[in-house]
Design a protein around this ligand. Structure first.
Ligand SMILES: [Zn+2]
Length: 226
């Protein structure tokens, strides 16, 4: 685990140095014209009246866990010199008024952000739920037919599988999701854990674990670029 962390930190440092040399200043300002810094869109799933799934024990909203992990990821990418863009920055959804058709409007807004900022990579953060409460662990999805998406998914899944708490070595899966259809850039959905599993839920409620998950996703994404 230590070597994994150290390796990824070195890669991130390399990106930072590269960015410094080319005078890139993105610093959290979306859509900056700092073309040399890869633009990473971090998408916290759900929001507002769409809570996503709920923790079986605590009732925690998936949307809140997603946002916490997405914000942490944003900080890691920004610190490493990438141009990071959050689709959702607060607990509110992106649909405008909570009336008929809100879910589609929410998804379309996310797609618009991805297009407008010229994303080089999209990472969508979600949590899983399954009736059988024994299933647990992180699962990464990519778009069918996307070689770059598959490669990114493999990089991220590998890091998530290497976490000490990972239950098994999961393989990335093809997913037929709207968010994966928004761009030709490598794009993944990361289901960080199962809110239907007591252990995953307990872990996801801690800031420390969310930090570890965010680091694993970040390190996987960085290894994709190298
Ligand atoms: Zn979700």
């Amino acid at each position: 685990m230590f070597t994994l962390k150290r390796g990824a930190a070195a890669l991130a440092a390399a990106v930072l140095v590269l960015s410094a040399l080319t005078g890139i200043v993105c610093g959290g300002i979306p859509y900056a014209s700092a073309a040399a810094a890869p633009v990473i869109v971090i998408d916290a799933g759900h929001g507002g009246i769409d809570a996503g799934v709920r923790g079986k024990q605590s009732g925690v909203k998936e949307s809140d866990i997603n946002l916490a992990i997405a914000r942490t990821l944003y900080g890691k990418f920004t610190d490493a010199g990438f141009c990071a863009v959050l689709t959702r920055k607060s607990q509110a959804g992106l649909y405008g008024l909570p009336v008929k058709g809100f879910k589609l409007r929410d998804m379309q807004k996310r797609r618009e952000i991805i297009k407008d900022c010229g994303a080089d990579m999209v990472i969508s953060v979600h949590q899983n739920f399954y009736p059988d409460g024994t299933r647990r662990g992180a699962q990464v999805f990519f778009k069918k037919g996307s070689e770059s998406g598959k490669r990114l998914a493999l990089c991220v899944q590998e890091r998530l599988n290497a976490m000490p708490s990972a239950p098994e070595s999961a393989q990335p899966l093809i997913g037929d999701y709207y968010m994966l259809q928004c761009t030709e850039a490598p794009s993944v959905i990361v289901e960080c854990g199962f809110l239907s599993n007591a252990e995953d839920e307990r872990l996801l409620l801690t800031e420390e674990y969310r930090e570890d998950v965010a680091y694993a996703i970040f390190a996987g994404a960085v290894s994709y670029f190298t």
